[in-house]
Design a protein around this ligand. Sequence first.
Ligand code: MD3
Ligand code: FE
Length: 216
Amino acid sequence: VVIAPGAVHLPGWLSAGRQRELVAACRAWARGPVPLRHTVLPGGGVMSVSTVCVGWHWLPYRYSRTADDVNGARVAAFPGWLVELGRTALEAAYGRGGQLHEYTGDREYTPDTALINFYDGAARMGMHQDKEERSGAPVVSLSIGDSCVFRFGGTRTRGRPYTDVELASGDLFVFGGPSRFAYHGVPKVYPGTADPAVGMSGGRLNITLRETGLPG
Ligand code: MD3
Ligand code: FE
């Protein structure tokens, strides 16, 4: 389903088995080397979502190889199987032809960071743009566990007009081309809507794959 140019939603793209594997991998990353934590913003606000990163550590508003705002540890390496998952996701969303090449250029998509967000029933994410990456390559988003309302807006303003889309467990969403720097957020999570078979004991998991465009 094309939501906007470059923004493609594929409901139920991940099998239940693949979702369970991703939940297990995220559980392991959440224990270390950098623990899952609520990011503290420069103004003193604390994000309601908890986050752990792989490949590069995101902190407001830059990437680092070390968790400078948590425990200083070097983040876990970005595994090859996650690069492959990102490539498969882009092909599924855009096909092998025109749009894939239009949005990724002549290099193969090579994500080098994953931001893993955990939402309890009260967690929200305000409308924002993701601009820390020095790459216009697409962002791949995978949702597991409870359903949520995902709000997708324009590139110029944080406010209306926007489109609300329900994201459920197993959904793939890809944001490339003209949608890459659009405002977006998560205004609501629906507690208790997850299929127990995916191995989440409550809450919502979102994994985004990105190219930072940073060296090494
Ligand atoms: C559109 N995460 O981690 S995923 C984020 O569900 C973030 O946890 C939300 O926004 C979540 O930055 C939304 C969908 C998403 C992620 C990145 C994007 C949409 C995007 C980057 C550019 C445009
Ligand atoms: Fe974002």
